[in-house]
Design a protein around this ligand. Structure first.
Ligand SMILES: Nc1ncnc2c1ncn2[C@@H]1O[C@H](COP(=O)(O)OP(=O)(O)OP(=O)(O)O)[C@@H](O)[C@H]1O
Ligand SMILES: [Mg+2]
Length: 260
């Protein structure tokens, strides 16, 4: 058995002439919360897209609990328990907050379509259990009162928290979160931090792309830093905070970018 939930080995991806991801290798230890940080355009989201096969890497390999993911469809990867969220929240319109959370459980419902058609006792029990779990997770992120509200009416921060809840409803072994705190106010960010700690306490491995440094430093076990497509450094939050290369990459961004 591999001790790594994820092994990213020498991944490369070019778009036209741009080396968006350039020979990147790192591990996500099982049970850890690993943060992937770096300036805008560093290649963080592209790494997630390569891990989940939304894009095929030019070269390199990704192993998930020791097994290669090469050539697997994104849906198949999700069904294996490697579940992701997107940088901009993807909320299903025409559904309530609770219904949006329940969509995440689709991968998990064991009763087949025929059984569901007859709405057997077992599917009803499964559905009730799913609703209880969704409500518990919504409670954890402070969205209980909004459970019957159309999800598109939620503020952006709440939609992003809902997306994390929906991903958790799929019972992931490894959760990839792309900037879950972007657009969250302080109290929502605190709810997210509490949720991330609860997730890790439940032995779910997490890799999170995040610009909010106080969140990263407060919850991460390991930090992986990308810059211009390359792995710049990796280590503990404290090591990365005092690493001259990391500080320089961020100072460079502050001078050059207005949208960070
Ligand atoms: N589908 C694509 N086609 C062409 N170029 C792309 C594509 N996706 C990403 N890129 C480019 O690859 C580089 C890395 O982008 P990526 O989105 O991975 O960065 P990021 O680290 O997630 O940045 P941010 O913090 O702004 O989200 C950027 O220069 C981006 O413009
Ligand atoms: Mg990104």
């Amino acid at each position: 058995m591999s001790a790594a939930a994820l092994e990213v080995v020498d991944l490369c991806k070019t778009f036209g002439g741009l080396r968006a991801v350039d020979s990147v290798s790192f591990n996500v230890p099982s049970g850890s919360l690993t943060a992937l940080i770096g300036p805008n355009g560093a290649g963080k989201t592209t790494v997630f897209n390569l891990i989940t096969n939304f894009f095929r890497p030019d070269t390199g390999e990704v192993r998930y609990f020791g097994a290669s993911l090469t050539g697997l469809e994104p849906g198949r990867i999700a069904a294996l328990g490697l579940v992701r969220t997107f940088q901009s929240a993807r909320i299903f319109p025409g559904m309530t907050t609770l219904e949006n959370a329940l969509v995440g459980a689709h991968l998990q419902v064991r009763a087949g379509p025929l059984r569901q058609m007859f709405w057997s006792g077992q599917s009803r029990r499964e559905e009730r259990a799913l609703i209880r779990r969704a409500e518990a997770l919504l409670e954890l992120v402070g969205l209980s009162a909004e459970r019957q509200v159309p999800a598109t009416e939620l503020p952006m921060g709440a939609q992003k928290l809902l997306e994390v809840v929906r991903a958790l409803m799929a019972r992931p072994r490894l959760l990839l979160l792309d900037e879950p705190a972007a657009g969250l106010n302080d109290s929502e960010t605190a709810e997210l931090a509490a949720l991330l700690r609860a997730v890790r306490a439940n032995n779910i491995t997490v890799a999170v792309v995040e610009h909010n440094m106080s969140l990263v430093m407060g919850v991460a076990d390991q930090v992986v830093v990308l810059d211009a497509g390359k792995l710049l450094a990796s280590g503990t939050p404290a090591q990365m905070q005092s690493d001259a290369r990391v500080i320089e990459a961020y100072i460079g961004q502050d001078e050059g970018a207005a949208d960070a």
